[in-house]
Design a protein around this ligand. Structure first.
Ligand code: G3P
Length: 229
């Protein structure tokens, strides 16, 4: 399973790249807005943000459309895709979105279909030509449905019918979500930075490191205490 960062913050992306665990990035208008708020007076616009991310990461970078008709989506997606070869255009699933996905994928523009909440939506997006489909795990869990179940069903569907789209498990909120996404075979998990940090940790690792250090110092002290012969 590949690891994408689900953030628009450059500092978080740089840290994940330094750790060697960032295969790509997904952004959306909400993440951009949060990054702008975090950056304050040094905030940058969406185009500059995507270009700066492309300087940091060697992999797909999802940039999301904010228009609603097919004609507008096609024009906006072409503009986003022209910014950098790494750009994957994010389009929400609906009728106008599907028509745009069909036209754009025929032009060779890669589409990540977002806000997927059902297997039917995933099927339609994949049939229309999307390169990626993004089921939203956390938001389904929020309403008492099984988000990881949809990821598993979507992976199986694409596999069974030999559809080339890849599944990005999105809206992941915790380390159980990331582990489960891997277990059910998601091609990609797009992960918020705090969850990526949490994935590294285990209390037994901390305890084990401390025990190794204590034992090392004990051995060193014993060696130092040996009588000089
Ligand atoms: O990947 C989509 C994600 O950014 C949405 O996450 O937590 O707002 O449902 P969330």
């Amino acid at each position: 399973m590949k690891i994408f960062l689900d953030t628009a913050r450059l500092d978080e992306i740089q840290q994940a790249v330094d750790w060697g665990v960032c295969d790509g990035v997904t952004t959306n208008p909400s993440l951009h807005s949060r990054a702008v708020a975090h950056e304050g007076d040094n905030a940058i616009g969406y185009r500059e943000r995507i270009l700066r991310i492309a300087d940091i990461v060697d992999g797909p970078i999802s940039a999301e459309c904010v228009t609603r008709t097919t004609v507008e989506l096609i024009a906006e997606a072409r503009e986003l895709a022209s910014w950098h070869p790494s750009v994957v255009v994010k389009i929400p699933i609906d009728g106008p979105g599907l028509a745009a996905i069909k036209a754009l994928s025929e032009e060779g523009i890669r589409i990540n279909t977002t806000l997927i909440f059902s297997l039917n939506q995933a099927l339609l997006a994949a049939r229309a030509g999307a390169a990626y489909v993004s089921p939203f795990v956390g938001r389904l869990d929020d309403i008492g449905e099984n988000g990881i179940g949809l990821v598993a069903d979507t992976v199986n569907l694409l596999d069974r019918f030999n559809l080339p789209a890849q599944v990005i498990a999105a809206s992941l909120r915790n380390t159980d979500h990331t582990a489960e996404a891997a277990r059910v075979g998601a091609h990609v998990a797009t992960i918020p930075f705090p969850v990526l940090e949490q994935m590294q940790r285990h209390p037994l690792t901390d305890k084990g490191i401390q025990a190794f250090l204590d034992d090392w110092h004990k051995a060193e002290a014993a060696l130092r205490a040996q009588p000089v012969s």
